[in-house]
Each structure stands twice: as C-alpha cells, then as structure tokens.
Design a protein around this ligand. Structure first.
Ligand code: GCO
Length: 459
C-alpha cells in the first residue's frame, strides 16, 4: 500500500515536536567480526546444528563493525533523531584475560562520536542477549553473582560513555531471555527448564536495578529499561484464566517488579508447580524498582488464545510451552499476518501503551521497537515492501492515538535499520528498512525507508 503525501504529512503532524524518532539494531544481529571479541551464549547456541534454522552464525551478519560509517549514512538518509544500538558485552570485556578489550571499546566510542557528528543521539542498550560464555559457565542469569558482574559492566560503559550517550537502556526484553532462552530451548542458552525461566527473570531485574544505580552515579542523561509487552486476546470465556496467566507472565510480573510491587501472590500461586520463589531476597528485590526515566516497550503483535491441545499455527515465539502453566490452550493468529506468523493489529499497540501507563504511573514510555518481516520485491535498484509501509503507517497512527489520549509516549524506534540475523530464524526473515544483500553487504533503501524519510521530513 502506498500513501498520498498529504496523508503522510497529516500523520507526521500528529506527533509533538519533542517526540523522538529512531531506528534500532542489536550487536549480535548486525556486527559480525566475532574473532575480535569473546564468545557469547549466542555463538555457542548457533554452533549447535538445528538451533538456527538456516545454519546462520555470527559472521558476517551485516559486517557493521567494519561498515558502521555506512550505517550512519543510512540513518542520515532517514533523518532520524536517534539510533538505538546494543553493546556486545564480550566485545568490551575480555573474560579470558579478565580485562577490558580496548579495541571493542574503541569501536563503540567511534560509533558514538560518528552519530553525534551526524546529529543523531545515541541510545545505548547494555544487554541485548549476547551474554559472555564465561558467565554462562558460572550459571548465567541463574547465578546470584551475575548481578554484580552486570553492575561492573555498567561501570565500564558509563566510565567511557556517560557524557556522550543520550539514552541508556539496561536490558532488552528480559521476557525473551527467560521464556525463550531458559524455560524453552528456542533461544540461547536453550535450557528448557521452566524454573530457570523464573530465576532468570528475578536476577535480570535485580541486575537492572544495580546498573541503574551505577548509571545514576555517573549522572547519565536518561536511563531506563526495555520490555516486550503486548495485549492478550481471546474470544473464549473458558480461556479467561489462561489470558490472565499469560498476561501476567508477559506483562504484569515485570511491571510489578519494576514498580516496587514485588512478586505478587497471584504470580506465586500461578507458578507454584514450577517454583516456590525461595531464591528471592526481599531487600535485593527492592533494587528492581530503582526509579527509571522511561520504560521502553517493544511491540510487534498481540497474543490470541483459543482452547485446544495442539498448536496448529506457525507463530514464532508463541506457544503454551513458552508460558509455563498456561494449560490446555493454543495460540492462534488471524490475517493479516507477517512472515513470523504474527497477527498485524495496530490497536493492540495503543491498548498495550494504555495498560502499561496504568500499571507504571508517572513513567514516560517509548516504543523502542516496532516493525515486521514482510516480503520484499526487488525491482532493479528499488525494493518494494508495501505491507511493511502499511504496518508502519498503522502503528505510528496507533502511537498518535495514544498521545491523543494523554499517554506520555515520547519516542518511537523502527525495528530494524537493516535486514539482519533474526535470531533462531536466521537470515531469511527480513525486518529492515534497508535491504541487505548478504553476499555483497550492499544496503538498499526499501520503500519503507523512503516512507519513514518522508514522514520525518514532514514534521
Ligand atoms: C527483540 C528483538 C529483536 C528481534 C525483533 C524481531 O528485541 O525482540 O529485540 O532483536 O529481532 O524483535 O523478532
């Protein structure tokens, strides 16, 4: 679908002048150059045949360690205000020799300087899933010592970059780490142990709190964290209990910890077949509710539940196993869908923003990821992606609706700047505004990139 210039202009003008637009990526998905850093759980996971669909490994990805200047040019083309990237922990700290890796720190320092020079504000995510392998060997997110390691990591980054990074995010989507990486084997480290899912949820949020304190000590401009949240839908009354449970595992449990409500009685009761939560230390848990300047929400699709035993639909990241204790339900999605099998439903974004604002009053929100994998039609030097353009139009309109309602939404980042490694789905699922030829590394603006460029030019 394409839009008339006046429709794009009208949409652009629904956003207040201070609203920030950006695009996002993550280290393991784009960087390549794995030899110049330590190993992460994603390298270990990718090395096992079958874990990543097409056998993709960390190299070359988008070769962004060598091509970051070209990537900054892509951001300039779009006219974005900010770029959200993540730091690879094993690139900046050498756990084998127990010392910082200067070359890795230099890479991020140059990236940050290049962004600032281009007038683009750096948004730094500390942790987007590439945990150093040495820390996983100690127990990873189930090891109590991980929270102090994370605070040390925050100290290292803040001591180098506090004065230059505009916005800091401690974690990206701890839900995914816990439930796709620990409770099931869909993502690294691939444990398949529901109890580990809950333990890792707790230690990630305690680590987040300790990192927040460190970032505050360095007087960073703005700091918060990023959760993936969504709306849980069902047309079936008999699914009400499952809707409540899935909603709690997806949204409520995390917002409870962040807001100081701790682990609710409902959470304890509804997860008791997996854990008694005896690993929780109440004092330590308070750290999870360190004040944040913003909450980032990554939103792609709603979850839709029906009664049933067997899941029939292909939906990446959604099935009963991913939500331990959800009972005899199946996850379904309705048309229109993305190539991930994810239902496209923009009003669920507005609803998610509203529900989050209610659960976390007083905290400004940002949509830190939104976008989709859709077919790209290559036509000479053009790439047509009408479904992605339509997705962005609808979801940006949903954000504007939220602002109209009075929800304090301050920014929006497209996922993703360019096609990259879509985790266990490999290279085949493309989320980029820019098409990447994985043989030549050539980047080409898709129609969606042109749409975002035009939108931003019309503000
Ligand atoms: C995410 C991930 C991204 C994914 C995107 C599409 O934070 O979920 O941050 O890395 O690529 O969500 O699945």
């Amino acid at each position: 679908m394409s839009f008339e210039p006046n429709e794009i202009k009208q949409l652009a003008q629904r956003f207040p002048s201070k609203f920030t637009f950006g695009s996002a990526t993550a280290s393991w998905q784009i960087e390549g150059s794995s030899q110049s850093r330590g190993s992460s759980v994603w390298d270990d996971f990718a090395a096992i045949q079958g874990n990543i669909k097409d056998g993709t490994v960390a190299d070359p990805a988008c070769d962004s360690v060598n091509r970051y200047k070209e990537d900054i040019e892509l951001l300039k083309y779009l006219g974005v205000d900010t770029y959200r990237f993540s730091v690879s922990w094993p690139r900046v700290y050498d756990f084998k020799n127990d010392r910082p890796n200067q070359a890795g720190l230099d890479y991020y320092s140059n990236l940050i300087d290049g962004l600032i020079e281009a007038g683009i504000k750096p948004t730094l995510t500390m942790y987007h899933w590439d945990l150093p392998s040495e820390l996983q060997e100690k127990g990873g997110w189930q090891w109590p010592g991980i929270t102090d390691e994370f605070a040390k990591y925050a100290e290292l980054l803040a001591s180098k970059f506090a004065d230059r990074v505009d916005t800091w995010a401690t974690l990206n989507e701890p839900w995914v780490v816990s439930f796709l990486g620990h409770a099931t084997k869909i993502h690294a480290p691939g444990l398949g142990d529901p109890r580990a899912g809950f333990i890792s949820a707790y230690y990630q949020l305690v680590a987040h709190g300790k990192a927040m304190k460190v970032l505050r000590d360095h007087n960073v401009n703005r700091a918060g964290t990023v959760l993936n949240m969504t709306e849980i839908l069902s047309d079936f009354e008999e699914c009400a209990g499952a809707v409540k449970h899935v909603d709690n595992l997806q949204n409520g449990m995390w917002l409870d910890m962040l807001s100081g409500r701790g682990i609710s009685d409902y959470t304890k009761e509804s997860t008791k077949e997996f854990t008694d939560w005896s690993f929780v230390n109440e004092e330590e848990l308070k750290l999870a509710s360190e004040p944040i300047d913003f909450l980032g929400i990554n939103y792609y699709t709603p979850n839709r539940i029906e009664p049933g035993e067997e899941q029939e639909s292909f939906i990446v990241g959604q099935d009963a196993g991913v939500y331990p204790g959800s009972g005899n339900v199946k996850f379904v999605s309705r048309e229109p869908k993305s190539l991930m099998g994810w239902e496209v439903r923009a009003e669920s974004l507005t609803n998610t923003l509203r529900a989050t604002a209610k659960a976390l009053p007083g905290v400004p929100l940002m949509v830190t990821e939104n976008g989709g994998a859709f077919p790209d039609q290559i036509d000479g030097d053009q790439v047509h992606d009408p479904e992605r353009v339509d997705y962005y139009f609808q979801h940006l309109s949903a954000c504007a609706d939220a602002i109209d309602e009075g929800i304090d939404l301050q920014g929006y980042y497209c996922w993703s700047l360019m096609d990259n490694i879509e985790w266990a789905e490999g290279l085949e699922k493309r989320f980029g505004l820019f098409y990447v030829d994985h043989q030549t590394q050539k980047r080409t603006a898709k129609d969606s990139a042109k749409f975002i460029k035009e939108l931003l030019a019309n503000r």
